[in-house]
Design a protein around this ligand. Structure first.
Ligand SMILES: O=C(O)[C@@H](O)[C@@H](O)[C@H](O)[C@H](O)CO
Length: 409
């Protein structure tokens, strides 16, 4: 079998997505997701200008060789743009291989290790009544594990709170990248947040009881000592995890946090290789690996990363916000089903326009996702529908402190 074409499709149904479609001489096609929120065209150009010409004529079955070739022959290594482009190729090739075998991808990864994939959704509120309603709504939608984000008194706009006003009028948690000429500016005050959050979790536990797995995302905004304090303060509320408590660049920071708290820690959605995790995994400083298949070099690299993590009893918590396309999401689900050290899967549901462009076979019921039984990854792209939604510039917001200092968002 030979690759005869590779097309980069950029479409913006509910948000921008970058999809790679690889076509073979036997008529089998494969899809890969290369979406990098707010920097989509960089990946599209990396693929179209620098990768597609290298793919034509190659044997699509040689996935490991193609991965190593794209990684090593570029000379310049790692980074989100490179690794998202490699991921798009890798997932498309796995899609082709599984279609050629007539099997859903998870069968080629070793077969199912479980019957379903526990997923968590995003509840949020500006105050407790709104947050409780949002949690109830998520329970009705079938979620059995819930991430809790809340506004903080004195702060106008906080990451992850759906009902707060968004500059472009869209639901905020659905798609934080806003279709505006410049990134929206939000404000932040870590001391106010640290004072407020434990009381919110106390109230949520009081209302919903001890069983419901609860998660929280600190979104890189604390220093190590602040994160240690928050982890300790949240211990009575038995979190499933505290995510991205400190900025991800500083792996050593997690040593200090770890020494002070037994709250489980998740990190890695902005990482893109196993090298970013080396200290974190070897020293057992985290409990969950948060990388996305889409940003971490695809199935091939994620499998190796998660196998490494497994030696240290560290589990998966694959990134799955709406800026991962249904193609990237499906790839994650096949991996989730097959690996032994699965932990949990993030699942924010895409909007109707996205579902019109990407036809998916995965299902969600009573808290569990399943990738389905179609050969390949189980997602089709309707190119005519995609053409109705051209690319629109969009930016993630950023934070400033009261004195004007730029802060992690
Ligand atoms: O936990 C998460 O999913 C988030 O941190 C993401 O929503 C993140 O903000 C986006 O992926 C940014 O594009």
């Amino acid at each position: 079998m030979k690759i005869i074409a590779a097309d980069v499709i950029v479409a913006s149904p509910d948000r921008n997505f970058v999809t790679l479609k690889i076509t073979t001489d036997e008529g089998i096609t494969g899809l890969g997701d290369g979406t990098l929120n707010g920097r989509e065209l960089a990946v599209a150009s990396y693929l179209a200008d620098h990768v597609v010409p290298l793919l034509i004529g190659r044997d699509p079955h040689r996935i490991e060789d193609t991965w190593q070739f794209l990684y090593r022959s570029a000379y310049w290594r790692r980074g989100p743009v490179t690794m998202a482009a490699i991921a798009a190729v890798d997932v498309a090739l796995w899609d082709i291989k599984a279609k050629a075998a007539g099997m859903p991808l998870y069968q080629l990864l070793g077969g199912a290790s479980r019957t379903g994939i526990m997923a968590y959704g995003h509840a949020s509120g500006r105050d407790l009544p709104e947050l409780f309603d949002s949690i109830r709504r998520h329970l009705e939608m079938g979620y059995r594990s819930i991430r809790v984000q809340t506004s903080v008194p004195g702060i106008n706009a906080v990451y992850g709170v759906a009902a707060q006003p968004s500059v472009d009028g869209k639901r905020y948690d659905y798609e934080p990248a806003q279709r505006t000429a410049l990134p929206a500016e939000e404000d932040w005050d870590t001391r106010a947040y640290l004072r407020h959050l434990p009381g919110v979790f106390e109230a949520v536990r009081g209302e919903f009881g001890p069983d419901l797995p609860l998660l929280h995302d600190g979104h890189h905004r604390m220093t190590p000592i602040q994160a240690a304090r928050l982890g300790k303060a949240l211990e009575p509320y038995d979190l499933f995890w505290l995510e991205d408590c400190t900025p991800a660049e500083n792996q050593e920071a997690l040593r200090l946090v770890r020494q002070h708290t037994t709250t489980p820690l998740a990190i890695g959605e902005v990482f893109n290789t196993v090298w970013d995790y080396q200290t974190l995994i070897r020293e057992q400083l985290i409990d969950y690996v948060r990388s996305a298949v889409t940003h971490t070099g695809g199935i091939t690299a994620m499998r190796k990363l998660l196998d490494y993590a497994a030696q240290y009893q560290i589990k998966s918590g694959i990134h799955g916000p709406t800026d991962i396309s249904p193609v990237g999401m499906a790839a994650a689900l096949h991996l989730d089903l097959a690996i032994h050290n699965f932990g949990i899967q993030e699942y924010m549901q895409h909007g109707p326009a996205t579902n019109e462009v990407f036809r998916q076979s995965f299902t969600f019921s009573d808290g569990y996702l399943h990738p389905g039984e179609l050969p390949g990854i189980g997602v089709d792209l309707d190119e005519e529908a995609a053409a109705k939604f051209p690319y629109q510039p969009a930016y993630l917001p950023f934070n400033r402190l009261k004195d004007g200092t730029v802060h992690d968002w």
